[in-house]
Design a protein around this ligand. Structure first.
Ligand code: FE2
Length: 371
């Protein structure tokens, strides 16, 4: 079992973008992250620049190409726009994890290799995910540098005034796939990473008056890795998943959820930093929340003020809010989530409010009616 090989949890998430410098600035300003490392021509990397951004246990690499021949970056952004190219799992043994995955039907992308410099070495290997994404197995136990060879301390040191978000770490990573692909990718992840199906939403479970989707959540038995997969389902209008597939030109990563220990403070500061969220649910949502009489520690009026959604999950509850798509295309976005009293779910009770909220934005984009 891969759990014996030792998946420690999510490590970095790498974005391919049109301009890494601009995106790095946005993450510093909007998410109050820090540029911890830099790779580019000044550090001996000729064809691309990458910024390594961190905050608590959150780790992003933002990459863009410096030459037209850097086709893995240009090809990706030409087709998909700015988005997540790969997410990594920190494992005890890269080679063992990779070989386990490939023996269990994972499609290989890069076989295990050591990347060395004078500070030691990291090990990496990668398998395919969705159309053009990757899952990386990563280990830096034998490396004393910032993240991996090629990266050095940032070349320019500037201070960006921002409000602290105190975002903590990746909670889950969600994929959108085409009709009939959800079961294929759920089986793929369950086999390759020894995950298990945790929740399944079938026809009619997640739908508004106009649109619908199917969803499966696969996760590791220790709950460190959670990967929901969404597929469109027939509806009167175009669902947000169909819109994603059309605009992204295929299947890929829809959102990354990030934890916080104080969502009211985090959302308040993210808003001050210029992050846009989905429209507030109607006031009746909060009236109903009060009537339910759940033991929610937070002040419901504060939740209402920030448009934060709340759902009861077993003995616990979760608080969540979704940003608008952060790039130019209506594709990738973030979720901010606070899990309280052991809540393990994904806000099923909020799906209705959430999707109606997304549909209001789809109408503005003219992407709600099928052509
Ligand atoms: Fe989510």
């Amino acid at each position: 079992m891969i759990s014996n090989i030792g998946v420690r949890g999510y490590h970095y998430v790498e974005f391919y973008t049109g301009s890494a410098k601009m995106w790095a600035y946005w993450f510093c300003k909007a998410f109050s992250m820090q540029v911890t490392g830099y790779a580019g021509p000044e550090t001996g990397v000729k064809d691309r620049v990458s910024y390594f951004l961190t905050l608590n246990n959150l780790k992003f690499i933002i990459t863009s190409a410096t030459k037209p021949s850097t086709y893995d970056v240009y090809g990706f952004i030409e087709k998909h726009g700015d988005g997540v190219k790969r997410w990594s799992l920190e494992v005890d043994d890269v080679s063992a994890a990779y070989h386990y995955a490939v023996e269990h039907f994972a499609i290989p992308v890069r076989s295990p290799r050591k990347i060395e410099d004078e500070l030691g070495y990291v090990e990496e290997a990668a398998i395919k995910l969705y159309d053009d994404a990757e899952i990386v197995f990563f280990n830096k136990d034998n490396y004393t540098g910032i993240i991996k060879p090629g990266f050095r301390a940032p070349v320019s040191k500037i201070t960006i005034e921002t409000n602290p978000t105190n975002l903590q770490q990746v909670d889950h990573i969600v994929g959108n796939v085409r009709i009939n692909e959800m079961n294929m990718w759920a089986n793929y992840l369950n086999n390759a990473l020894a995950l298990e199906t945790f929740i399944e939403f079938g026809p009619g479970d997640i739908s508004t008056k106009y649109s619908a989707l199917l969803s499966k959540v696969v996760r590791s038995p220790d709950k460190k890795i959670r990967n929901p997969i969404n597929e469109p389902f027939e509806g009167m209008k175009k669902s947000q998943i169909e819109e994603y597939i059309d605009e992204y030109l295929g299947s890929g990563i829809q959102h990354v959820a990030i934890t916080t220990e104080n969502i009211i403070e985090t959302i308040g500061n993210l808003r001050k930093n210029g992050v846009e969220f989905l429209p507030h649910p109607p006031d009746t949502y909060y009236e109903m929340l009060k009537e339910k009489g759940w033991e929610v520690t937070e002040d419901i009026e504060e939740l209402k003020k920030h448009g934060i959604l709340c759902d009861l999950e077993g003995t616990g509850y979760l608080l969540q809010l979704f940003t608008k798509p952060i790039g130019d295309r209506p594709t990738f976005f973030f979720e901010i989530i606070q899990r309280c009293k052991g809540a393990e779910g994904f806000g099923r009770g909020n799906f209705q409010a959430l999707f109606e909220s997304i549909e209001r934005d789809q109408v503005l984009r003219g992407n709600f009616d099928r052509e």
